[in-house]
Write a protein that binds this ligand. Structure first.
Ligand SMILES: N[C@@H](CCC(=O)N[C@@H](CS)C(=O)NCC(=O)O)C(=O)O
Length: 256
């Protein structure tokens, strides 16, 4: 293993080094809040989805499509593209819906007052509650379903994202960081594989429905299979759905 321990001494107090480079250096900063004024577009449906076809973004799109496929007409939505590479997530309108400036974010305008929802796990649960769908009522089955959801939330975005960052985006390839994240991502995928081995067979990219952790593969996601497979466990009943942009042909309007 390369010895990287002598090259860098961490400072006692970290300061923001704008010149650190990396693919997202131009949009990343250590403070929250909007960087510019920008109103978000609003369509004709109560549900407004602001997102992008990333592994995190597609989770909510899949859930909405599954709700529609299950006959929940109220799940019709307008999908709006948030180009994170261009910094759209730091516009004032988006930050008002998600103060954490990450896609996806949802605005439900169906009630007396608009309800904002951010964090994919929270959005999935909100939709499940709103439509009384996909999360089992039985206390044991519900616990199992939510355990799968929270496991996924705690693992996939951070570990998958961390792996992707150090493996693909970092300007310096740090063997220790790549090894650490690769090992954890592999272990998480093994958790998922073992669970899927218990819950049902998989054929041609589709998981046969099983009581909990229903899942799918091949969702048209542009990132690694690892991330796609992992995030799929978040939606408790998924069938294969092709997704590109923020929504699969469901008013996927770009803003520019
Ligand atoms: N914990 C968040 C993670 C969302 C997330 O990391 N989104 C990424 C895209 S996959 C993003 O918006 N990145 C923009 C940025 O970091 O500025 C969730 O589950 O919603």
């Amino acid at each position: 293993m390369t010895d990287t321990t002598t090259a860098y001494v961490p400072p006692k107090v970290w300061v923001w080094n704008k010149g650190s480079g990396g693919r997202f250096a131009n949009i990343n900063r250590p403070i929250a809040g909007a960087t510019h004024e920008n109103e978000l577009p609003v369509g004709k449906h109560p549900l407004q989805l602001y997102s992008l076809g990333t592994p995190n973004g597609v989770k909510v799109t899949i859930m909405l499509e599954e709700l529609l496929a299950a006959g929940h007409k109220g799940a019709e939505y307008d999908a709006w593209l948030i180009k994170i590479g261009d910094g759209d997530q730091f516009g004032s309108g988006f930050v008002a819906i998600n103060p954490n400036s990450k896609i996806p974010a949802l605005l439900d305008r169906g009630g007396a007052k608009p309800i904002r929802v951010f964090e994919t796990g929270s959005i999935l649960l909100y939709l499940a509650d709103k439509f009384g769908a996909f999360v089992p009522k039985d206390v044991g089955a519900r616990a199992e379903c939510l355990s799968g959801l929270f496991w996924q939330m705690g693992s996939a975005p951070y570990l998958g994202g961390g792996f992707g960052h150090f493996y693909a985006y970092a300007t310096v390839k740090i063997e220790y960081a790549i090894d650490r994240f690769a090992m954890e991502v592999k272990r998480q995928l093994d958790v998922l594989d073992r669970r899927l081995a218990e819950t049902g067979p998989m054929s041609r990219g589709r998981i046969t429905p099983s009581p909990t952790w229903r899942s799918s593969r091949g969702m048209g996601c542009s990132r690694s299979t690892a991330s796609c497979t992992t995030i799929a466990a978040s939606s408790c009943r998924c069938r294969t759905t092709s997704t590109s942009g923020a929504g699969r042909g469901r008013s996927p309007r770009g803003r520019r």
